[in-house]
Design a protein around this ligand. Structure first.
Ligand code: HEM
Length: 177
């Protein structure tokens, strides 16, 4: 993997516009969410960018997840919450699937319902928003490191980072609502 030349552009781009058909932005029944998506300027092209990043994320998913749980060790109450309600092994699997799904480029009823369910689970286990936000920041830093490693030009990196911050913001909006 690397910077593949597509679209005949001289510098090439990681963005694969042929993935557009696989992306979906379908939130017709959610009035507030439509506004939220407009306010963070999340567009269909961002979903194409995310889907194009997916192979890089998949390649590094184990590193991301390991880092995520190592980071939680800073706060022992978080490890207790995990051991009481689940297990690190189980959560690693869920998180691994969840992060990869963020790069499917699909925002629809299924996406929203899943996030509301995750919000409910985290509320029930007493996870405070500040720790949740810290975990998100860690995830963002891991993703930026991947972009920095895999994408060569400043312009392309910026596009990738913009789309990643948009989807992470939306995740947080849904889960902390
Ligand atoms: C459950 C994602 C932060 C503890 C889950 C699930 C997902 C998820 C996808 C599974 C929901 C399901 O079963 O349908 C995330 C994301 C986070 C985050 C994206 C932040 C970026 C945290 C943190 C903790 C935590 C900081 C620390 C205590 C748990 C626990 C469960 C859970 C204990 C229950 C799992 C079970 O039922 O076995 N989370 N999580 N999560 N999460 Fe998180």
């Amino acid at each position: 993997l690397g910077l593949k030349k597509r679209n005949g552009s001289s510098k090439g781009t990681f963005i694969d516009d042929t993935l557009a058909g696989k992306t979906r932005l379908n939130i017709d029944h959610h009035e507030d969410l439509k506004k939220q998506i407009r306010m963070i300027n999340l567009q269909k092209q961002d979903l194409v960018v995310l889907a194009s990043l997916k192979p890089f994320v998949q390649e590094k998913i184990h590193t991301i997840v390991e880092q995520f749980y190592r980071n939680l060790e800073h706060e022992s109450s978080l490890m207790s919450i995990i051991e009481t309600n689940s297990s690190v092994d189980r959560l690693k699997k869920t998180l691994l699937a969840h992060i990869q799904e963020m790069f499917d480029g699909k925002i629809d009823d299924d996406f929203i319902d899943k996030r509301l369910k995750i919000a409910h689970i985290h509320f029930k286990i007493g996870l405070e928003p500040k720790w949740y936000m810290c975990a998100f920041q860690d995830l963002l830093l891991s993703l930026i490191a991947i972009i920095n490693e895999k994408i060569q030009t400043k312009e392309e990196s910026l596009k990738a980072i913009e789309s990643v911050t948009k989807i992470l913001s939306l995740e947080q909006q849904l889960v902390l609502d």
